[in-house]
Write a protein of this length. Structure first.
Length: 451
């Protein structure tokens, strides 16, 4: 009994003791929680108080930093001033209107119209007949669907053909009678095989010549009828042109000569019919491809300029139908390297060669350098051409302008020829007329010299 009671009382004691431990643990946890909560409350109160004090304090004024003036940069060195084209003694006029580089130009046979085509997707027909009257040069603007790179005007000045490489087509427009009249497209030739390169309208108005970048040249009527196809066998075509007084056509290319053919028609005045295309002659003698070529107004002379750095003048007044070859008259050296454009005056006595932004004028027989037009454009010259009388030289360039120059070299050649004629003239009135012409030209040359 005693042992049982002892065991029961010890177990009761153990149970009581565990309850006390549990109560103590709970109370301790509560006290600890209360303590930490009180500490957190105190810290929070201090933070709020400090924040309020900071907000109550006025913000300190920030003193602006003293500004130190920046040193002025050194003035850039100005490039050397180029002479203005208008200051050149041979400068006559400037035609403006295009808004991008001018790629090609052509004059009609009457000397009244000048046609140009540009990267600005327009062609313009300039009424240059008023130039000598001191009037502003007016023009007709022809908007194009895409950029044209070649242009040719009909001999009567009533139509113009524009080559559009983007469309691989040639468009022919009928022109109005005066500047500003709307030009209407009357024909589109778009069935041409091969990428197009260049065009030219014959002086008789019977046909148009269209070349490709390859070796093909097509002959079409101005109504769009294909007459003939020529394979030039030159690896790649360059310039094409038609002589100003007959239907001899010419093409340059990769090979060192200019090939010429005769486009022949029946002799009917009212309704000439196409007969054939026949080989005529070659302008040969260069060692490399021909950049450019040109003919005199009477078709008796031709000039070529080549990649080999030379230019050559030929007598083309030969019996080509009897297989007679053109005769070499003279040969000269191009003053500068690079792509060159050439033009021959209508009388065949002056050769103009353009390279870069310069033009040199030579005596076609002696090859003497007679004039230099240096830096006359601010960008590369793309084409040059003489007026119908030879009095003026036109130049167009990538600087968006067409500029007009007096042909002083031609005036000097005139004086030389008149002085030679005076030596043999027997008629008194003829001699007096020659003396007057010599006197007038010398006075004008002196005036140009003193400009």
């Amino acid at each position: 009994v005693v042992s049982t009671q002892s065991t029961g009382s010890s177990s009761t004691m153990e149970h009581s003791s565990s309850q006390q431990i549990m109560i103590f643990s709970v109370i301790s946890s509560i006290l600890i929680s209360v303590f930490f909560s009180f500490v957190y409350w105190l810290k929070s109160s201090e933070t709020v108080k400090q924040t309020e004090e900071k907000e109550e304090k006025p913000a300190a004024k920030i003193q602006p930093k003293e500004t130190v003036p920046c040193p002025k940069p050194a003035a850039p060195k100005k490039p050397a001033k180029r002479p203005a084209p208008t200051s050149h003694p041979l400068y006559t006029n400037m035609l403006r209107g295009h808004t991008d580089a001018i790629l090609d130009m052509d004059l009609d046979q009457s000397g009244k119209l000048l046609a140009t085509v540009s990267l600005d997707r327009t062609a313009r027909i300039w009424f240059i007949k008023d130039m000598e009257k001191g009037k502003d040069i007016k023009y007709t603007r022809i908007p194009l669907e895409c950029t044209g790179n070649s242009i040719s005007i009909s001999p009567d000045g009533k139509a113009v053909a524009v080559l559009l490489p983007g469309n691989n087509a040639v468009e022919i427009y009928r022109l109005g009678k005066k500047a500003g009249d709307e030009a209407s497209c009357i024909l589109t030739i778009s069935n041409v095989k091969g990428d197009l390169k260049d065009i030219a309208i014959s002086p008789t108005g019977r046909f148009i010549m269209i070349s490709t970048i390859g070796t093909l040249v097509y002959i079409y009527t101005l109504k769009g009828e294909l007459l003939h196809t020529i394979d030039t066998a030159q690896m790649s075509n360059g310039q094409v042109s038609i002589t100003p007084c007959n239907d001899l056509i010419a093409a340059s290319g990769f090979t060192p000569e200019v090939h010429m053919w005769a486009v022949q028609f029946t002799k009917s005045v009212t309704n000439p019919q196409f007969l054939q295309v026949r080989e005529a002659m070659d302008l040969s003698g260069h060692n490399s491809g021909v950049y450019s070529f040109s003919f005199s107004g009477d078709c008796r002379r031709a000039v070529t300029v080549s990649k080999d750095g030379t230019w050559r003048v030929y007598n083309t007044d030969v019996s080509w139908h009897l297989n007679e070859d053109p005769k070499l008259i003279s040969s000269g050296t191009v003053a500068e390297d690079g792509v060159a454009s050439v033009a021959m005056s209508p009388d065949g006595r002056v050769v103009a060669i353009a390279t870069s932004t310069n033009i040199n004028l030579y005596n076609s027989e002696t090859t003497e350098l007679m004039d230099t037009l240096e830096s006359i454009h601010s960008d590369i010259i793309t084409k040059i051409a003489f007026s119908d009388t030879g009095k003026y030289l036109y130049s167009c360039a990538q600087d968006k302008s067409i500029r007009v120059w007096r042909n002083r070299a031609g005036m000097i050649c005139d004086v030389i020829q008149w002085e030679e004629s005076l030596k043999t003239a027997t008629n008194a009135s003829h001699r007096e007329r020659l003396r007057q012409q010599i006197s007038d030209n010398r006075a004008l040359l002196e005036e140009l010299e003193n400009k």
